[in-house]
Ligand binder design. Structure first.
Ligand code: BES
Ligand code: ZN
Length: 454
């Protein structure tokens, strides 16, 4: 049976299973959801066992590991994905609750729908099809689905360190990225790295009456504001000394490809809903979201933020500040320069602490000359009717370098999201066309790779 007919026949059952997967509030950032991470991992274990995998749960929150011994002589693929999701807030901005999936004709709405549960599910579906149709999977597999991707993959790094040669593979396959657009199938060939920090500024020992004591102490909120303002100029350039030292300029071939894409100003205005675009002068929006490094404030708090007024000088202020890094920037060097600079620009009268919130993600690039990449090009051509383009993405997947090293093979970033999926935002969704197309493309890829000489 063709994969299209199989999908048509199995659709209700597949959707039911995807809905179950999406109902787990597996939010890795929030300690209160630890048990939900375990429940999600258990569910995945059951799914994989039903598909013939030998499964173990490693660490806490568990890395779900599944092993499948394919036909002798067939290549080994390491599949990587994540079952954790970003916090869903602000909840009031969702049109339906984030963990009660809503189905429309076009898409399925839920936190994790595209990032990454929906995409992981496309692989489960492809394996189910292959098992049912051919009685076995065409390749050997190490399946690694972690519960901490959205918070830096600490447990998986530890698990990886203990694996030695056990996860050697011919290629790593990941579906946690996006197409350029619905009409432009895309293979991701690079991701930015990430350095995530928190800055805490402390002033008086407690919140003070801003009248009786206003005028004799530095205000931590203002001090923090001065620090933040010092990080980036009005030209969008990051002011941390040495920040751009090693940034590699894009090559001519890449620039030519970008010029052919409809990534104009209005495209980003629509995608963001911002009144105007901003960013580093001298670079196009597409360059600014892919090959240029950036710095952002992800969260900022201090003092009284409830209704009405309260007259205080807050005792402290804090901000979460992250930097996206590009090839050849070294996260360690940037971290040291950043921390030193924050201390240097802090005004007197407060104490400042700078901390990293998780292991830094190094910038990542992957080759396009392997037979596994060629198979991905073919798979997308088969499922979408046109050849994919290679594109760098601005997001990060921390463990890819480490995984590629452990596997000893190239990483194929064949993701099926869309820039309009609202990942990390309210009303995240995954379009059915992308999901079913993914199942078709992945089925093709696994079969094609199964026939490659080892
Ligand atoms: N799936 C994303 C990364 C991504 C999104 C790549 C869109 C390409 C296109 C991933 O789950 C993610 O969000 N990663 C985090 C990692 C971080 C918290 C260490 C990110 O990029 O913010
Ligand atoms: Zn994400």
């Amino acid at each position: 049976m063709s994969v299209e007919s199989w999908i048509a026949e199995q659709k209700n059952r597949l959707i039911e299973d995807l809905v179950t997967f999406l109902r787990f509030p597996s939010i890795s950032a929030q300690p209160a959801h630890r048990a939900d991470l375990h429940r999600t991992a258990q569910w995945l274990r059951v799914q994989l066992e039903a598909l013939g995998f030998t499964v173990s749960l490693l660490g806490d929150p568990p890395v779900v590991y599944g092993r499948y011994d394919g036909p002798t002589g067939a290549p080994t693929v390491l599949f990587y994905g994540h079952y954790d999701v970003q916090p869903p807030d602000p909840l009031e901005a969702w049109t339906s609750p984030p963990f009660e999936p809503r189905l429309t004709d076009e898409a399925i709405y839920a936190r994790g729908a595209t990032d990454d549960k929906g995409q992981v599910f496309a692989h489960l579906a492809a394996w189910r099809y292959l098992q049912q149709q051919e009685g076995r999977l065409p390749v050997s597999l190490h399946v690694v689905i972690e519960g901490q991707e959205e918070t830096g993959s600490e447990v998986l790094y530890e698990v990886l360190a203990g694996q030695g040669q056990a996860w050697r593979s011919d290629a790593v396959l990941v579906s946690d990225t996006a197409f350029f657009s619905e009409e432009v199938p895309t293979l991701t060939v690079g991701l930015r790295g990430l350095l995530y920090t928190e800055i805490r500024v402390r002033g008086p020992a407690r919140d003070l009456h801003s009248g009786t004591l206003g005028g004799v102490v530095e205000n931590p909120a203002l001090a923090l504001a001065r620090i933040l303002v010092a990080l980036k100029g009005p030209d969008g350039r990051i002011r941390v000394p040495g920040f751009y030292d090693r940034v590699r300029p894009p090559d001519a071939q890449e620039r030519a490809l970008w010029r052919s894409l409809p990534a104009c100003e209005s495209y980003y205005l629509e995608l963001t809903g911002a009144p105007e675009l901003a960013g580093e002068v001298g670079f196009s929006p597409l360059e600014r979201v892919s090959v240029r490094p950036t710095l952002d404030v992800n969260g900022l708090w201090s003092g009284y933020t409830g209704p009405g007024s309260k007259t205080i000088i807050p005792a402290e202020a804090a901000a979460k500040v992250s930097m996206r890094l590009v090839p050849n920037q070294d996260p360690e060097r940037i971290w040291e320069a950043f921390a030193a600079y924050v201390r240097e620009v802090a005004p007197p009268g407060v104490t400042v602490e700078v901390e990293r919130l998780h292991p830094p993600a190094p910038p990542f690039e992957t080759p396009t000359d392997s037979p596994f990449y060629k198979a991905a090009e073919e798979a997308l051509r088969v499922a979408w009717g046109k050849a994919p383009i290679p594109l760098r993405e601005g997001g990060s997947i921390p463990v890819l370098s480490a995984l590629s090293k452990a596997a000893g093979g190239p990483v194929i970033l064949m993701g099926f999201g869309l820039p309009t999926d609202a990942l990390h935002s309210p009303n995240e969704h995954f379009r059915w066309r992308q999901l079913w197309g993914a199942v078709k493309a992945l089925t093709y890829w696994y079969k094609r790779v199964g026939s490659l000489p080892k």
